[in-house]
Design a protein around this ligand. Structure first.
Ligand code: DAH
Length: 346
């Protein structure tokens, strides 16, 4: 029996010394020391031996076990070192290649322009208001004093929608063609005095280099007891200076809108040529940036305000157009093509 264990040790020593990979050595560990390994099997025979003999052989078996364990540990260390050396000799890892850049996004130029415009008016005490994009025809037209046959009501310009489930008597609805209906909703929602700035999307059946079917506007409304055209001019001049720069000039031209009387269009000195004349301003030296005027009495009446008691001014401007002027863009459609190479410039 003692010889059996001695032979086992000899054999294990030989095989372990020949083993040169961690996997091979693990297999040998199982072979000799595992639950069903050679050593366990030898020990299971010991029951048959007399007591004295068993004690002696037990001690030998433990020595053999410890010796095999030590042999395996040393061999394992050797094999791991060898494996590491071999891997260092292999092809080198090139860590000098540049990593993949994680590009940071930013707000869309239209959103940036809209936020900047809104911020300037908020700074002057205006509150932000909004209304629905799918709007009742009444808010988009009638309440704003559009006469029955006004060309803006033509199917050419407006996207009409027919609300499902209302049947024959469905009220006419449109994708709002401007942000002006929000004026009516703001006045219905709170009594005067009122100062509101109203940004949002609007829709028209138009598509060329200066028009897209969806675009953005900002509407402004100021109502109180003695608001005058001078307040309108002062407010818009302050806005132009804050947005386009201190030295930029403005010009108010008489115009017509159904919902204001008197009405005006506001031009700024061309930001491209500083007024000397260029392609962008069509040699006029001026660029139109917004429509404005004194709120028409009919608009007050439609909104539940008393035109005998209050006066007010309103204005509206296109965001994309303003962004084009600010960034000197040639084709407005580029703003909506979502080409990152274009957008990344802003
Ligand atoms: N709603 C007009 C448009 O879309 C712009 C406008 C003009 C708004 C004059 C106003 C205003 O509030 O007073 O062309």
């Amino acid at each position: 029996m003692q010889n059996h264990f001695q032979t086992l040790l000899e054999q294990a020593k030989e095989e372990i010394e020949a083993g040169d990979s961690p996997a091979q050595l693990e297999a040998l560990r199982v072979k000799y020391l595992g639950k069903k390994g050679a050593l366990s099997q030898g020990l299971s025979q010991m029951g048959k031996l007399p007591h004295e003999e068993r004690k002696k052989i037990g001690a030998v078996a433990n020595q053999v076990k410890a010796a095999v364990e030590a042999l395996l540990e040393r061999a394992m260390q050797r094999a791991e070192e060898a494996a590491l050396k071999a891997s260092l000799k292999g092809p080198k890892l090139d860590i000098s290649l540049p990593g993949r850049l994680c590009r940071q996004g930013h707000r869309h130029p239209v959103s940036q322009t809209m936020d900047d415009i809104v911020d300037i008016f908020v700074g002057m005490g205006f509150e932000v208001a909004d209304g629905p994009e799918v709007e009742l025809g009444w808010y988009n037209f009638e309440a704003l004093n559009f006469l029955e046959n006004h060309p803006a009501r033509d199917m050419q310009d407006s996207f009409y929608v027919s609300p499902e489930g209302f049947g024959e008597n469905a009220p006419p609805m449109v994708l709002r063609t401007h942000t002006s209906p929000v004026q009516i909703r703001a006045m219905q929602a709170s009594p005067p005095p009122l100062r509101a700035i109203m940004p949002g999307r609007v829709y028209r059946r138009d598509f060329d280099i200066t028009h897209t079917p969806m675009f953005h506007q900002v509407e402004g409304l100021f109502v109180d007891t003695h608001v005058s055209m001078a307040d309108l001019k002062g407010t818009l001049n302050a806005f132009v200076r804050a947005f386009f720069g201190e030295s930029v000039k403005t010009r108010f031209r008489a115009s017509y809108f159904p919902f204001t009387e008197p009405s005006a269009e506001v031009d700024i000195g061309c930001v491209i040529c500083q007024g000397t004349g260029c392609r962008v301003c069509k040699m006029s030296g001026w660029l139109e940036i917004l429509g404005a005027g004194m709120v028409h009495p009919n608009v007050f009446s439609a909104s539940g305000y008393n035109p005998q008691e209050v006066t007010g001014f309103a204005f509206g401007m296109g965001i994309e157009r303003t962004a084009m002027l600010r960034y000197g863009l040639g084709d407005l459609r580029a703003l909506f093509e979502n080409d990152v190479r274009f957008l990344a410039q802003f």
